[in-house]
Design a protein around this ligand. Structure first.
Ligand code: TXA
Ligand code: MG
Length: 325
């Protein structure tokens, strides 16, 4: 039985106690719901991979209540300190060298000598992390290869009965995962576009450009077919057929009765916050009505648009057996 906990003092206390006991607890952050576990408890961490059906070489992000706690497990350089001051708490994850004395289970970072750390933006999440008193590893709380959850009932729909509890913190405001930045080398590398626009990150560290990773599994989160709905997804649609569902942005294309509008006002922030819910809703419509698939209208690539387009491309990628989460 999965406990549904309210985001109040007793709920947070219960969630924290379950985490300390090595249980899996989903909780909301400003980005998406995470499936949390005590990052120092290797057995508990292994259960995350099991429950998610996630390939083992995908490292997880460790979550902390404040920057001081985060930098106790990794070694920050001046860029990390500047970025933390600018964006934490908030949707930025930093990959940094692991401290030799860190108690984080190696499985968290898939055996790498680096750890991805983040301080989530919501007060409730940080209260939970403070009360848990341990670093919390938390991938998005979805089965591997499926959509990331942005509400407690998304988590329950997929994982009910398989995890100890869900702390219901309401809908997630940002709606796409954190921006992941690798600060291991001399040149910072963007491993995953996300909730903090790349332009903003580059401005703080004075980079003129921020290279994205290429094909290697340095950044396992970059595997194809990541954010996959069950329905097929056609991108950059300039027309839509009667037997397709439309993922609209701005004025919707005419031609189908089944549509979800990410943002009638063309706000990329609103579109990001509604993206996974929209794909989820259309996915259900396609199945219920026997439609051909989802057609997505073009979405600009500036600001949050980069992360949205990244998610859409992964969702549209040919399905492989090597699905990430
Ligand atoms: O917004 C978020 O980041 C959410 C919420 C729950 O915090 N979490 C999340 O976790 O999206 P997950 O596990 O779905 O994605 C973690 C990403 C993956 O792309 C992974 O490859 C990368 O971070 N990552 C984690 N540790 C890494 C490391 N040591 N080196 C390189 N990449 C790493
Ligand atoms: Mg994920």
């Amino acid at each position: 039985m999965t406990e549904l906990l309210a985001a109040n003092e007793p709920g947070i206390a219960r969630a924290a106690a379950l985490l300390r006991a090595g249980e899996l607890v989903a909780f909301g952050t400003e980005t998406v719901y995470g499936l949390g576990v005590d990052a120092t408890n290797a057995t508990a961490v292994a259960r995350i991979f099991e429950v998610k059906g996630r390939p083992r070489f995908n490292p997880l992000i460790a979550h902390y209540p404040d920057p001081t706690a985060a930098f106790a497990d990794v070694i920050p350089d001046p860029r990390a300190t500047q970025l933390a001051a600018a964006f934490w708490p908030g949707p930025l994850t930093l990959v940094l060298p692991r401290r030799p004395e860190s108690r984080i289970a190696p499985l968290v970072s898939a055996g790498l000598d680096t750890i991805a750390v983040r301080v989530p933006g919501t007060e409730i999440a940080r209260m939970l992390l403070r009360e848990a008193g341990v670093p919390v590893a938390a991938p998005s709380a979805n089965p591997s290869g499926r959509l990331s959850p942005t509400a407690a009932d998304h988590v329950l729909a997929a994982l009910s009965g398989r995890i100890a509890a869900v702390l219901d913190t309401g809908p997630c405001q940002v709606g796409v995962e954190s921006t992941v930045l690798d600060l291991i080398g001399e040149e910072p590398v963007l491993l995953r576009p996300g909730g903090i626009p790349t332009e903003a990150v580059a401005a703080v560290i004075g980079s003129t450009r921020l290279p994205q990773t290429g094909g290697t599994v340095r950044a396992p989160g970059m595997l194809a077919s990541h954010y996959a709905p069950a329905a097929s997804l056609r991108l950059e649609a300039h027309h839509v057929a009667e037997d397709e569902a439309l993922l609209a942005f701005g004025a919707p294309l005419p031609g189908t009765a089944v549509a979800f509008n990410l943002s009638p006002a063309r706000s990329l922030t609103e579109a990001a916050a509604r993206l996974f819910a929209g794909l989820r809703a259309l996915d259900a419509e396609v199945a219920a009505r026997g439609l051909r698939g989802i057609a997505a209208m073009p979405i600009p690539t500036d600001g949050m648009g980069l992360a949205i387009n990244d998610r859409l491309r992964r969702a549209a990628a040919p399905r492989t057996t090597l699905q990430n989460c």
